[in-house]
Design a protein around this ligand. Structure first.
Ligand code: SAH
Length: 216
């Protein structure tokens, strides 16, 4: 038996990523390298490579693998970049991203997730991810500005503070819309005053709860 489940990741990458147009070769390699089954609770471990989101406890979910890959591809990750992730959850998307950029700064509202995430990242030798508990709708001022911002919870509108913490030329990918279903939006900060927004496709994320998100 393949205890590292590399075979399952090869099938996932071929059927869920390549066939749907994910092309970034470093991203595809990161998806092969990161053992997603170690980021989900033991009772759903056998489903870790299926084409769907999974429960991770506290009414939160780890996103469908394709959505993680697509969102990461859309921020156009490059070596050396500083990227903010809002909604760390299981830590899976942060782990994949950490293979592609210089530094991942992750904010998670549910602090009880973080010790386990820290352990997983350390066990995989991913030392360029820095996490804190807090309201990610307010970003992480001390670590800003960012080359890119990835928001993996559903916002009622684009949080203005996240835009101010994005560099000029930077990209944000964020699900925006009502709690029942959202549009994935790709935002490019052309200049301090020129923000370009493009709606991509329909998604359904758990709510982004905070000062510039949904009320608690
Ligand atoms: N990227 C995650 C999926 C996260 S699910 C993964 O790969 O597993 C969305 C997460 O956003 C949840 O963990 C939820 O607690 C968190 N969240 C919701 N509102 C938040 C906020 N204002 N700031 C930071 N995290 C938030």
């Amino acid at each position: 038996m393949d205890s590292n489940r590399l075979d399952e990741r090869h099938v996932m990458v071929r059927d869920q990523m390549e066939k749907r147009g994910i092309r970034n070769p470093w991203l595809l390699q990161a998806l092969l390298d990161i053992p997603r089954h170690l980021f989900v609770p033991p009772e759903v471990r056998d489903k870790a490579y299926e084409d769907r989101p999974l429960p991770i406890g506290r009414q939160q979910t780890i996103s469908q693998p394709y959505i993680v890959a697509s969102m990461i591809e859309l921020i156009e990750p490059h070596a050396g970049q500083r990227v903010l992730e809002v909604g760390v959850g299981s830590g899976y998307s942060a782990a994949v991203l950490s293979r592609l950029v210089g530094r991942v700064l992750g904010v998670e509202r549910e602090g009880s997730f973080l010790p386990e995430v820290q352990k997983r990242l350390a066990a995989l030798g991913l030392a360029n991810v820095h996490l804190k508990e807090g309201d990610g709708t307010l970003g992480w001022a001390e670590e800003s500005p960012f080359d890119a911002v990835l928001v993996t919870a559903a916002a009622p509108r684009i949080p203005p503070t996240l835009l101010t913490q994005l560099k000029v030329g930077g990209v944000m990918v964020i699900p925006v819309g009502p709690k029942e279903g959202q549009k994935l939006v790709r935002v490019v900060k052309r200049s301090e005053s020129h923000i370009l927004e493009k709606e991509l496709y329909g998604v359904k994320f758990v709510p982004l709860i905070g000062a510039e998100g949904w009320p608690d």
